[in-house]
Design a protein around this ligand. Structure first.
Ligand SMILES: Cc1ncc(C[n+]2csc(CCOP(=O)(O)OP(=O)(O)O)c2C)c(N)n1
Ligand SMILES: [Mg+2]
Length: 785
């Protein structure tokens, strides 16, 4: 790049800096929210990345590249999109406003095209790495796509997040030459100037994991000074200076700066800088490489040249670069005053009339922006897969079977379906075999970028690794599981190929990956995850492995549908429906009205259940009706009046249960019948869909000030309003709302303490889930009428 081009880029970066600063300023000073809550925004964090981001978008990126932007640099991203002509001017004054620019880049809520949502620090760094894992898989299975580079722009303090190192360390992410992380190395976090010089430690960690590390430490001015006689000592001094001392230089001018710079310096340094005026000294000693356009472009080129492993660039920057708050340890959330903004505007040669203008299209900078807009324009992507997933695979079993086993079998059946099979991809954090994925893996193999020889003679598990494999095995990191699932589910967008991703995880450890789970669904990803085994039903495993709050988590997570079937066929129907909805993309589904988006969370169990009660309901209701009800969230497994006509005039109670506790619930209903009480049994297959149906009608009522009715999904299963007992191998709270929804007295049974080791019977006894307790709860519910 020649001097002229660098000057053009410099002009552009100055405008980017101004706009990013002013976007935050306008949000805070031009708008009155009237609620006394500060609007906020991050001018210093944004300024820090202006050079790196200008160099990327205005000189380096291609249309196929995908970039994650550090959360606090969203104003820089939007300023760039505006200058490229991809964002309407009206948004610039609407940062952090409803319907405006989101505070942190959002795939689903921002008006311009964001590749990766960010916000929870650490996750935005890992997401492009897993997007590259996904691309490698897609290329191997569906033919090579146009080359993409996956870039993450991350804050240096983000490297404190453990998930970063989990992602870097996993063999599944190794060898990805199309990945570049750019660390905004401003040596400041939120609270402070980070003590010590950590670069050597981080370099070691990256290199040990097989990464290519580039340091962009100094700008051209300092590089020239180092080349002069005696310059080596200057370099040595700046390299050794404590972060805090170096950072403090940015707030100083005149003799004070010189004095602070020389504090502790070896003899000779003072002499070396003696002939520089104070005005010359400041830009020299603060001349860092992260603000040198040429140095940054050179670093990007170095990363492109290394194609067999991921690269990380440590760009030394100044937090608040070009602003009066530069380097100030308290600048993370600091806002420029109106007077400071006025001075900055004038310094950038702008006025109140021109401050929001784009670059003059006739100027070299404007011409470059126009050319880059064209170079970065993307073709539309297809979200729908265009294949039909069957309504059921028809898994049949004479023997008792658990939902976890049925899940494995349904996947094997789908792997035999020539339409669906190619798109299925499974993943697990070292629990593939213990969550019944072995059958699927035996059919499809394990994915590896290159053929690997198998040394195992095990005929039960053929762990063949090849580029054709359809299972991606991860080390034990639930964070990585959800990060990968999230990216597999966005493959239609980021790699031009829709997939049907399915993951498994021990249910209690869903919580370990919860932030990444949320991240994926907030990003609009669609996948299936099975949490299995769940609850105290995996009894001997004890309290550390027993999940109780996960049902509530699944129920409450937006963009996630929780399903907890008890019987094999209902699991079959629900899983096929879920995959069918993912295959359709965002289109409305025939089964669950209105259109359901997002991911599916199957909470499963290893307890084998006798399937005959379900078969009886099938005979009673017929497959068409039963399937519709199962998919809608609940059906009546036992109708007390049909089962016991003699109880026509008896008191009636409803026992609603979800998942593994159905046998105890059925036994309780039988006992109640003997005592002259008619007990219906409702099998709740998706608490989530029931709750949503209820909320939809309620909200409708609230918004239109009309009386809400009981929604259809509840009416079909619960019918007459009887007292209610809910039974769940999960926190009792998760089902407790059903009483309010139906307007009936209710006794919720569930697990509200940590569990322990024991048999299923012993643990159910401990937590009041045995038939006797359910009977007593039913009597209590009846007495509450
Ligand atoms: C998981 C998570 N924890 C805490 C925060 C709050 N937070 C936002 S930025 C930040 C410090 C970031 O420092 P760094 O990554 O160095 O960014 P920069 O210096 O560029 O602002 C913290 C603690 C967050 N956004 N996400
Ligand atoms: Mg920082």
């Amino acid at each position: 790049m020649n001097e002229h081009d660098l000057d053009v880029l410099d002009e552009i970066q100055r405008r980017v800096l101004w706009l990013a600063t002013r976007i935050v300023d306008a949000a805070n000073h031009d708008r009155d929210t009237g609620d006394g809550v500060k609007v906020g925004g991050h001018q210093a964090s944004s300024a820090s990345l202006v050079t790196a981001m200008t160099a990327l978008w205005f000189a380096h990126l291609d249309a196929e590249d995908r970039v994650a932007v550090k959360p606090h640099a969203s104003p820089v991203f939007h300023a760039i999109q505006y200058l490229l002509g991809n964002l309407d001017r009206s948004y610039l004054t609407r940062l952090r406003a409803r319907g405006g620019l989101q505070s942190y880049p959002s795939r689903t809520k921002d008006p311009d095209e964001v590749d990766f949502s960010t916000g929870s620090v650490g996750l935005g760094a890992a997401a492009p790495l897993f997007a590259a894992v996904t691309r490698r898989y897609v290329d191997a299975h569906f033919g090579t796509r146009p080359h993409s580079r996956f870039v993450a722009l991350i804050g240096d303090a983000e490297l404190d997040e453990g998930n970063i190192w989990e992602a870097v360390a996993d063999p599944a992410t190794s060898g990805l030459g199309n990945v570049m992380w750019l660390v905004d190395f401003n040596r400041q976090s939120l609270d402070r100037v980070v003590p010590g010089i950590r670069i050597d430690q981080w370099r070691g960690q990256f290199e040990a994991a097989g990464w290519h590390v580039v340091e962009v430490k100094y700008g051209r001015r300092l590089a020239q000074a180092y080349a002069r006689p005696g310059g080596a000592a200057l370099r040595d001094w700046i390299d050794r200076m404590p972060n805090e001392q170096y950072q403090s230089l940015f707030g100083l001018t005149g003799p004070a700066l010189r004095q602070q710079f020389l504090d502790g310096a070896p003899d000779g340094i003072a002499g070396f800088i003696a002939d520089l005026t104070d005005e010359e000294l400041a830009p020299l000693v603060t001349d860092l490489g992260g603000h040198d356009l040429e140095a940054m472009l050179d670093a990007y080129a170095q990363c492109d040249a290394v194609t067999d492993r991921p690269s990380v660039v440590f760009a030394y920057t100044v937090k608040g670069w070009g602003l009066p708050i530069a380097g100030n340890p308290r600048n993370h959330s600091a806002l420029l005053s109106t007077a400071q903004v006025d001075a900055l505007r004038a310094a950038h040669g702008l006025t109140a009339a021109t401050e929001w203008d784009r670059l003059d299209p006739a100027s070299p900078a404007g011409i470059r922006a126009g050319a880059r807009r064209e170079a970065l324009a993307r073709a539309p992507r297809q979200r729908s897969l265009g294949v039909t997933v069957p309504e059921a695979t028809g898994v049949r079993t004479q023997k008792p079977v658990s939902t976890q086993e049925a899940f494995g079998r349904v996947l094997v059946e789908l792997a035999r379906d020539p339409q669906v099979a190619p798109y299925l991809v499974t993943t697990a954090p070292d629990v593939a075999t213990s969550t019944n994925l072995a059958g699927f893996i035996n059919r499809t193999g394990v994915f590896a970028p290159t053929e690997r020889r198998s040394w195992s003679q095990d005929r039960m598990l053929r762990w063949t690794e090849s580029p054709a494999g359809q299972h991606i095995e991860l080390g034990i990191s639930e964070m990585n599981l959800f990060l990968l699932l999230g990216q597999l589910g966005l493959s239609w967008d980021l790699s031009g190929q829709p997939l049907l991703p399915v993951g498994t995880v021990y249910d209690p450890f869903v919580l370990r990956g919860l932030d990444a789970f949320l991240y994926g669904t907030y990003s609009g990803s669609r996948f299936v995850v099975a949490g299995t085994p769940s609850g105290v039903t995996l009894a001997p495993e004890g309290g550390a492995h027993q999940s109780t709050i996960t049902a509530s988590v699944g129920l409450e997570l937006p963009g996630v549908t929780l399903c907890e079937p008890a019987y094999a066929t209902s699991l079959d129907w629900l899983l096929c429906d879920a995959l069918g909805q993912i295959a359709q993309g965002a289109a409305p589904a025939a089964t669950a009205a209105p259109a359901e988006d997002g991911a599916y969370y199957f909470r499963l169990s290893t307890r084998p259940l006798d399937q005959s009660p379900f078969e009886a309901a099938r005979v009673r209701l017929g497959d068409a009706v039963l399937r519709r009800q199962v998919v809608a969230g609940a059906y009546r497994l036992v109708d007390a009046h049909q089962a016991h006509p003699q109880l026509a005039d008896a008191p009636v109670v409803t026992l609603a249960a979800s998942g593994a506790v159905l046998p105890e619930t059925l036994a309780a209903a039988a006992e109640l019948a003997e005592e002259g009480i008619a007990a219906h049994v409702v099998d709740v297959t998706s608490l989530d869909r029931l709750y949503r149906a209820w909320q939809r009608t309620l909200r409708q009522g609230v918004r239109t000030a009309t009386v809400p009715s009981v929604p259809g999904a509840l009416r079909a299963a619960f019918g007459d309003r009887t007292p209610l007992v809910t039974v769940h191998d999960a926190a009792s709270h998760a089902m407790a709302w059903l009483g309010s929804a139906l307007g009936v007295p209710a006794v919720p049974l569930g697990v509200d303490e940590f569990g322990q080791s024991g048999s299923v019977r012993e643990l159910y006894e401990l937590h009041d889930l045995l038939p006797g307790s359910i009977v007593n709860a039913a009597l209590a519910a009846l007495s509450l009428r």
